[in-house]
Design a protein around this ligand. Structure first.
Ligand SMILES: NC(=O)c1ccc[n+]([C@@H]2O[C@H](COP(=O)([O-])OP(=O)(O)OC[C@H]3O[C@@H](n4cnc5c(N)ncnc54)[C@H](OP(=O)(O)O)[C@@H]3O)[C@@H](O)[C@H]2O)c1
Length: 260
């Protein structure tokens, strides 16, 4: 059975991948989707042209991975595309963020993504694709978003190293680094510092279309839009010490504006 696996498919970027993948890969037998909110996944099912298998559960716990592993084995699945989109971020000074959330970000953004990659790897073969969603926050350390940015740097680094390891098997890994995207992410992340509040958000449809095009072209990194391309270029040239200091200063300005 030829399948695509998408985590975080109940909303935002993951949902958009779930909608666009069957249009791109015409020979898929099923789409397997993962997230906690069953009703959102059921709703998604109605909008997808191929059969959808739902894995509803918390990726911060182990039972969901066991279910996936058993099903991959039982169905003798051939994964043509794996998309790791489940993730979240919490904005704020490190000491102000609930410790459970600090670790929760690492568990979902890093641990779960690595676990899914381990489980799926034996079912990927020549021509298969892995698409991992990092963030432009991966490009440099970010005061005020410290754990999230570090967790996405992990995804950025891991994906590129894994890509090199899998090249000889004809499996291609693309890491996607979006800037702000208009999704539920901002409902969960908390209050943004003032200067970033009204940042322009890209449409998930466009970010995902570009990511899928880049995956087909076997690109290493997918960055949508001139602003984020520019941010990536700048962080390659400017030392981290300077960008971290600048971001720290912007946060301070934001806090004082908020207090006024
Ligand atoms: N939006 C942005 O500006 C932006 C920018 C750069 C990168 N990203 C990254 O893009 C990815 C997708 O985010 P999004 O913007 O599409 O936000 P979103 O709409 O909030 O989607 C997050 C997805 O992750 C799933 N998820 C969260 N916690 C989970 C858990 N414990 N177990 C299983 N699934 C869980 C959610 O499903 P349930 O709640 O149903 O579980 C949802 O499907 C994330 O990795 C995020 O870090 C987002």
């Amino acid at each position: 059975m030829r399948i695509a696996v998408v985590t975080g498919a109940s909303s935002g970027i993951g949902r958009e991948f779930a909608l666009q993948i069957p249009r791109l890969y015409r020979n898929l037998d099923e789409l397997w989707v993962m997230a906690r909110r069953t009703e959102y996944l059921e709703e998604l099912k109605k909008n997808v042209s191929i059969p959808v298998r739902i894995f509803d559960g918390d990726m911060q716990r182990d039972y969901i991975f066991e279910r996936l592993e058993k099903e991959l084995d039982r169905q003798e699945a051939k994964i043509r595309m794996l998309v790791n989109a489940a993730g979240y971020g919490k904005v704020g000074v490190f000491s102000d963020i609930d410790p459970k959330e600090q670790l929760g970000m690492i568990t979902l953004n890093c641990h779960a993504l690595t676990k899914i990659s381990q489980i799926c790897l034996p079912y990927l073969s020549n021509g298969s694709r892995i698409v991992n969603i990092a963030s432009s926050a991966a490009f440099t350390p970010q005061p005020g978003f410290a754990v999230y940015a570090a967790s996405k740097s992990y995804v950025y680094s891991f994906s590129q190293a894994l890509r090199r390891e899998l090249l000889s098997k004809g499996i291609f890994v693309t890491v996607v680094c979006p800037g702000p995207v208009d999704t539920e992410f901002f409902r969960r992340c908390g209050k943004l510092p003032n200067p970033f509040k009204d940042s322009v958000k890209a449409a998930p449809k466009c970010v995902v279309r570009k990511a899928l095009e880049d995956s087909v072209k076997k690109k290493r990194v997918s960055v949508y839009g001139p602003a984020m391309k520019c941010a990536r270029a700048v962080t390659k040239i400017v030392p981290d010490a300077l960008t971290v200091d600048l971001l720290g200063r912007l946060n301070q300005i934001g806090r004082s504006l908020d207090e006024k």
